[in-house]
Design a binder for this molecule. Structure first.
Ligand code: GTP
Ligand code: MG
Length: 191
């Protein structure tokens, strides 16, 4: 997972466009603007490999990156909000569900949750989808630089409580800040 080793492979808008399932992959899911693309950039030590932006709905395709020949990192379109016509949003949501439920080589989904906001209803719905697809998932708190410690700890408790209801949840919660580099080495080691 180092700069120069990680390259963009393709952006996919339909299941038929997925690359061959010839290696393991992990994906990054989460509400729009939660920091998925920024986290991939921080993990791979690149500034703009995955396009990040202040406009929710920036990532509109399922973007595949390779790290060496053994792994795909997958940047997903955000759910829950998108600054786009409803028809388009529905199309992404459908693709997202098909991908999460039907990709054999998907080893783990990281569900990103804003450290200021905690788990929302849409997150819970995605987690239930992962349960029923038997995809192990792990929660990553993002933007930890934007919260005070006490607030962060309260959110961690909220997330713990929510995870207890999900059989596919991996219990360890990773706290990160792409901006400050917090939690990035931990996550890199995990992957
Ligand atoms: P979509 O592709 O729209 O679903 O968004 P995304 O989840 O990929 O979010 P993205 O990485 O584009 O980040 C959204 C905004 O949050 C950008 O303005 C980032 O600079 C900001 N951001 C991301 N991570 C952090 C962080 O750790 N700390 C702070 N302070 N800001 C962050
Ligand atoms: Mg994005």
């Amino acid at each position: 997972l180092f700069a120069g080793e990680t390259v963009f492979v393709k952006g996919v808008v339909a299941m038929s466009g997925l690359p061959d399932p010839d290696r393991m992959e992990v994906c990054f899911a989460g509400r729009s603007n939660v920091g998925k693309s920024s986290l991939i950039n921080a993990l791979t030590g690149t500034k703009a490999l995955a396009r990040a932006s202040n406009t929710p709905g920036r990532t509109q395709e399922i973007n595949f990156f390779t790290a060496g020949d053994d792994l795909y990192l997958v940047d997903l379109p955000g759910y829950g909000y998108a600054n786009a016509p409803l028809q388009m949003v529905e199309k992404w949501q459908r693709l997202l569900k098909q991908y999460l439920g039907g990709r054999q080589t998907l080893r783990r989904a990281f569900v990103l949750v804003d450290a200021r906001h905690g788990i929302k209803k849409v997150d819970d719905e995605i987690m239930s989808l992962l349960d029923s697809s038997a995809v192990t998932f792990q929660v990553i708190l993002t933007k930890a630089d934007k919260v005070k410690e006490a607030q962060r700890d309260a959110i961690i408790e909220q997330v713990r409580g929510a995870l207890a209801k999900h059989p596919a949840a991996y219990p360890e919660i990773v706290v990160t800040s792409s901006e400050k580099g917090w939690g990035i080495p931990t996550l890199r080691a995990l992957i």
